[in-house]
Design a binder for this molecule. Structure first.
Ligand code: PLP
Length: 385
């Protein structure tokens, strides 16, 4: 019913992913997918474009209502429409959260390796980066990341104001369980640290286990937490620039809104009908997408295990990203450069994900199987040479 195998030429579409490298380089880097959005979203956009006027926008209450219902249906998380704050993306929202909480010089805890703007937001907002590295656990060739709770507690000092969590975690693909979330929240609450939970990947679940929003775990946690979500990863709408924060505590919400004033624009006018259509009628497409992504994930895992055992990789529980340890592969120099130069394959450079990312690359399998196979073949040939 939905054709995820179809190859689309994205080069002529103002596309960051496909235009950043020379034409002979296959791009499996930045986290958007090479799939068309759901047909309902395309229809909603077409009819909005037909209207022909694209002045300043204001979100329709119907979208807010869809979000409120979705959070209740998926997670039993009851929030009110006034708890939702629209934003033009989670990347800039991470900066807004850093700016909103504490003062210059105050500490912000992040767990690395992590989506690079977690690190740059701390630097851009003149906060002090406090790193709690995730612990890599190796089981045969499979990599899995766990939280170092002892270090998490120790790393905080009396000027730590904010903990920025990435869950599901990019790049490790972990979906933290309730026990892990509660333990992290307990430490933060005991130390008076505000929590900011980036849950942008929370609908891209590859296992049967559910996602638990941090703020949904208790009213006390909700009272100290800012949550970021979006339809953008789920429905491949990242270029339309719409995300939202859920902030139940009125004071935190006010601080977040104030920090954005004069600096952060509103979402794109076309994002509103797209998001309404995605949340309103995108479920069958999403179900099919998840099946496709699961099969791609299993395919990458199997290929790396059997054909390239010198690489070790995660088996992501969510996202469309595999995190690959190249340190035992005898690659001359930096693996990211090696794959661009020798395999003509653009992956993400692990170093940009902070401590623990050196010697790693991140591969985006949100693409047709044929593209994925080309990438794997290129990796294989380059490593065999
Ligand atoms: C964990 C995480 N947060 C935020 C973003 C960026 O979100 P946005 O496009 O809404 O700025 C990404 C994109 O890859 C991501 O992986």
């Amino acid at each position: 019913m939905f054709d995820f195998d179809q190859i689309h030429d994205r080069r002529a579409s103002d596309c960051y992913k496909w235009n950043r490298y020379p034409d002979d380089v296959l791009p499996l880097w930045v986290a958007d997918m090479d799939f068309m959005s759901p047909p309902e979203v395309l229809k909603a956009l077409e009819s909005r474009v037909e209207h022909g006027i694209f002045g300043y926008g204001d979100p329709d209450p119907e979208l807010t209502e869809l979000i409120v219902q979705r959070l209740d249906q998926r997670y039993g998380w009851r929030v009110k429409p006034e708890h939702i704050v629209y934003q033009p993306g989670v990347g800039s929202a991470l900066n807004t959260a850093c700016k909103a909480i504490g003062e210059p010089g105050d500490g912000v805890v992040v767990q690395t390796p992590v989506y690079p703007p977690f690190l740059s937001a701390v630097a851009y907002q003149n906060r002090r980066l406090m790193v709690n590295p995730l612990k890599a656990v190796v089981n045969e060739r499979e990599l899995r990341y766990e939280i170092d709770f002892d270090h998490f507690t120790q790393v905080m000092d009396d000027r730590t104001r904010l903990f920025m969590l990435c869950n599901p975690q990019n790049p490790t693909g972990r979906v933290f369980n309730e026990d892990e979330l509660i333990r992290m929240a307990d430490v933060c609450m005991a130390k008076g640290v505000v929590m900011c939970s980036d849950e942008i990947h929370c609908e891209l679940l590859l296992e049967q286990r559910p996602h638990r929003p941090l703020a949904a775990l208790s009213p006390e946690i909700a009272d100290r937490t800012i949550t970021f979500m979006a339809p953008s990863k789920t429905f491949n709408l990242a270029g339309l620039r719409l995300s939202f924060a859920v902030v139940q505590n009125a004071d935190l919400r006010k601080r977040l809104v104030q920090a954005a004033r004069g600096l952060v624009a509103s979402p794109d006018i076309l994002a509103y009908p797209a998001a309404r259509a995605a949340y309103g009628s995108g479920e069958p497409w999403l179900k099919a997408l998840l099946e496709y992504l699961r099969a791609n994930r299993n395919h990458v895992t199997e290929f790396l295990r059997t054909a390239l055992p010198q690489l070790r990789s995660t088996v992501p529980e969510a996202t469309f990203l595999t995190w690959i340890d190249c340190r035992e592969a005898d690659i001359p120099g930096d693996p990211y450069r090696f794959f661009v130069d020798q395999a003509r394959l653009a992956l993400n450079d692990g170093q940009t994900f902070g401590p623990g990312g050196e010697g790693f690359v991140r591969l985006n399998f949100g693409c047709p199987r044929q593209t994925l196979d080309q990438a794997l073949t290129r990796m294989y040939s380059a490593l065999r040479r």
